[in-house]
Design a protein around this ligand. Structure first.
Ligand code: PA5
Length: 443
């Protein structure tokens, strides 16, 4: 079995091997806390052995539900935010044709809503769907999150107006808590097909549950291979046969202790843009607490070398990079020869575009290391479901270990409630009367 690989040799300079190795006892005990459940937030460890415990019958049910939506819908809108959005979006974008949105042969189109409260976004989505056969997957673990609830109210009304209530209910699938929350009550009342998000799996760790798997299956991708990649990586991680997650966690903590406060996840493949968004949520929500934590940022190269490249090369030396490098591309494009050579590109004639990209990657890594930016390197053999499964599990396990080394609870997110309290007070939500009165005095 090929595996994703980690190299930390270009991380050394500001820190040395000893700084990483000195964190081995902390790394090992953190990994143990994930497996024996003795660490902070231990009621949210359902993701740790989830891949190997995912039943074939669940995957079959998800695939059958996806097939029904694929057969009946031109478009499927996935409604959700944060952990109920980013994992599916990341895998679908990584797997999809870059021009899927414009291709008539891609059916159904998988669209997203509820990840923002943009009025124009929702108007334009509704307008686009007005003459389309569409379905809805509504995802909310709590079942009470405002952004997806608004999008669902609007799109449910539209679907019912287009199809009638009974037909509409056959094209709506809800993914939520087994018994709690407004979405659970609504789904029961309306008779929707449902899938459950287990209590012990937090939103940002839920991509390998129906939250991610159903949208990914609707988009036509192989969820068995995704789970199999994650399960293989789970086994080698938990037995210690592969220490990649632990070494990554130790290295980034050693860099943080040496003053490197921002980690930039770098890709050289535009398909990985949303993988960076998923990763930002995973690490940002898990580690940014108690006034501690590495700030997770992401860039898409070589695009961003022409915007952020200057800052990274010569700005404040408080950053390090983690580069995602995809070895094999799906397609081959070679640069042709031109007799006139007016563009001066004949020195590249016969080369694959990927060869140029790889040299941009290598040249950038060397320049950044020379410029004082430590680099961690992750190699992905190919962008397919199996290796994406490995990569997801690798980052999840590393995140748990890293959060414990940092001595925070990696599995809660108390800080995300602050804006909600203010928003509800400002919108005069029933139950927030005292907050409304207080906030009005501040504005
Ligand atoms: O990671 C998390 O817990 C959050 O980002 C949630 O996923 C996000 O707030 C959405 O919550 P819910 O699924 O309850 O609507």
């Amino acid at each position: 079995m090929k595996q994703i690989e980690l190299s930390i040799k270009n991380a050394f300079g500001v820190i040395d091997r000893q700084a990483v190795d000195s964190l081995t006892p902390a790394g090992e005990s953190s990994l143990k806390k994930l497996t024996d459940g003795t660490g902070l937030g231990n009621d949210f460890l359902g993701w740790v052995e989830l891949p190997t415990h995912t039943s074939a019958s669940l995957l079959d049910d998800i695939n059958a539900t996806a097939a029904t939506l694929r057969n009946t819908c031109e478009a499927v809108v996935v409604i959700g935010i944060g952990g109920s959005y980013l994992g599916a979006k990341a895998v679908i974008e990584a797997m999809s044709d870059s021009f899927a949105a414009y291709r008539k042969d891609v059916k159904p189109q998988v669209l997203f809503a509820g990840q923002n409260i943009g009025e124009d976004y929702l108007y334009e989505l509704s307008d686009y769907l007005k003459d389309k056969k569409f379905g809805i997957i509504v995802i909310s673990k709590s079942g009470t999150t405002t952004e997806p609830a608004i999008a669902f109210r609007l799109l449910k009304e539209q679907l019912e107006a287009q199809l009638g209530k009974e037909e509409a209910s056959k094209r709506i699938v809800a993914i939520t808590d087994a018994s709690r929350g407004a979405l659970r009550s609504l789904a029961t009342q309306e008779g929707y097909k449902t899938f459950v998000i287990d209590d012990n799996v937090g939103g940002r760790f839920s991509v390998l549950t129906p939250v991610g798997l159903l949208p990914i299956a609707v988009a036509g991708y192989d969820i068995h291979a995704l789970i199999s990649g994650a399960a293989d990586f789970e086994k080698v991680t938990l037995t210690g046969a592969n220490d990649m997650s632990r070494i990554y966690a130790q290295t980034r903590n050693a860099l943080y202790r040496a003053g490197k406060k921002t980690e930039i996840l770098v890709n050289y493949n535009p398909k990985l843009h949303f993988f960076g968004e998923w990763w930002k949520q995973l690490y940002g929500e898990s580690e940014g607490k108690d006034h501690k934590g590495i700030f997770p940022a992401a860039v898409d190269n070589s695009t961003d070398l022409h915007s952020m490249g200057q800052w990274i090369q010569e700005g404040e030396r408080s950053i390090f990079e983690t580069v995602l490098s995809v070895v094999e591309q799906r397609h081959e494009v070679r640069i042709g020869s031109d007799e006139a050579n007016l563009d001066g590109l004949n020195y590249l004639a016969g080369k694959r575009v990927d060869e140029v990209n790889k040299m941009a990657e290598l040249g950038t890594i060397l320049a950044h290391v020379d410029g004082g930016v430590p680099n961690i390197h992750i190699t992905i053999p190919q962008l397919n479901e199996y290796y994406l499964g490995q990569l997801i599990y690798f980052f999840e396990a590393a995140c748990g270990i890293s959060g414990y080394i940092l001595d925070v609870n990696p599995f809660n997110q108390p800080g995300v409630e602050a804006y909600k309290r203010n928003m509800f007070a400002l919108l005069e939500k029933p139950g927030y009367e005292a907050e409304t009165e207080a906030i009005k005095k501040r504005i």
